[in-house]
Design a protein around this ligand. Structure first.
Ligand code: GDP
Length: 303
């Protein structure tokens, strides 16, 4: 009864490993140091030897708006390879359960809000992350195809913007929440009175603590069985400007915040409609303020 978590040392994978350990499940988390999922032969060999009962695929090339915008080739090509290698290897080893994880950026840039699962492929994608989004949409289609052709109970789960322990705090490639924590802490430490943030501060984003998402993934493994992807959001939507206010307060930074208009805003709003998973009985537990406080604490202890 081994559950394999691919991408097990990243933000999402490490949270899922913690949650499965908490539930006393037999779980193995692997990172690229253990097996290179870009290597098709090695991936097949690894899955054949391990024979997991289920695979949770949180392995991906991920990043914030800067990384996605600068490296579309890597985000498209590597993600297509990783997910196809893993699913094909799972099929070769007859793994009956597979959970593919994506992102809310798969939905059209200008679709109605909150975003329902049905809006997939109804309009143009946001251009700053279209390469990543297309790879994830291909992954959803591959899950659907494996279900149709071979009858597996595989599923796709789409989270909103996440944050938490083991996040990527890289200033150029990380997502906004961890990067702002780092920028404010470094500015406070160095006595620099000014922090420069990207875009206008006007875009709205929905943030979910990764520990809530880990519980949702385990919940979906048990309770969800459909070819359509399922949304997982927190309903906690905030403007980037207000997020900056919350983080600077949590960190104790009292200097000036300025906005670099040469950096992209990305999509102006993406909040998920999570009523499907809510109706099945799941809800998030961690408030944005609590989550920011614990992530600041994690950064101070670990970085
Ligand atoms: P997105 O949700 O795919 O757009 O990814 P991000 O989390 O990287 O960015 C969210 C929003 O935060 C965008 O509107 C960015 O312009 C804005 N933002 C403001 N300052 C920063 C920053 O220092 N880093 C990042 N990554 N985003 C920032």
């Amino acid at each position: 009864m081994t559950i394999l978590v691919a991408g097990g040392s990243g933000l999402v994978g490490s949270a899922i490993v913690r949650e499965l350990n908490r539930l006393n499940q037999e779980v193995i988390g692997v990172s690229s140091k253990d097996v290179d999922l870009l290597d098709r032969d090695k991936t097949f060999e690894f899955i054949k030897d391990l024979k997991p009962t289920a695979i949770i695929d949180s392995a991906a090339k991920v990043g914030g708006i800067g990384g996605n915008n600068s490296y579309p080739v890597e985000f498209l090509s590597q993600n297509l390879q990783i997910q196809s290698n893993l699913m094909d290897a799972a099929h070769a080893a007859k793994v009956s359960k597979f959970v593919f994880l994506g992102s809310s950026c798969i939905y059209p840039r200008d679709c109605a809000q909150p975003i329902k699962e049905e809006y997939l492929l109804t309009g143009e994608l946001e251009q700053t992350n279209s390469a990543y989004a297309v790879a994830k949409i291909a992954g959803i289609e591959l899950v659907k195809s494996y279900r149709k052709e071979y009858g597996y109970k595989w599923i796709s789960v789409m989270p909103t913007n996440m944050y938490g322990s083991n996040d990527n705090f890289d200033l150029e490639n990380g997502h906004v929440l961890p990067v702002l924590i780092r920028k404010f802490i470094e500015a406070k430490r160095s006595g620099n009175g000014q922090v420069i943030l990207w875009g206008s501060g006007a875009p709205l984003r929905e943030f979910m603590h990764v520990d809530d998402f880990a519980k949702a993934v385990v919940f979906c493994m048990d309770k969800y069985d459909d070819s359509k992807q399922i949304n997982v959001g927190s309903g906690q939507e905030v403007s980037i400007k207000d997020l900056a206010g919350k983080i600077s307060k949590a960190v104790g930074f009292s200097g000036e915040i300025s906005w670099d208009a040469n950096k992209p805003d990305g999509t102006m709003r993406k909040v998920l409609d999570s009523s499907k998973i809510a109706n099945l009985g799941w809800k998030p537990l961690i408030s944005l303020d609590q989550g920011i406080a614990s992530t600041v604490e994690w950064y101070l202890q670990n970085k």
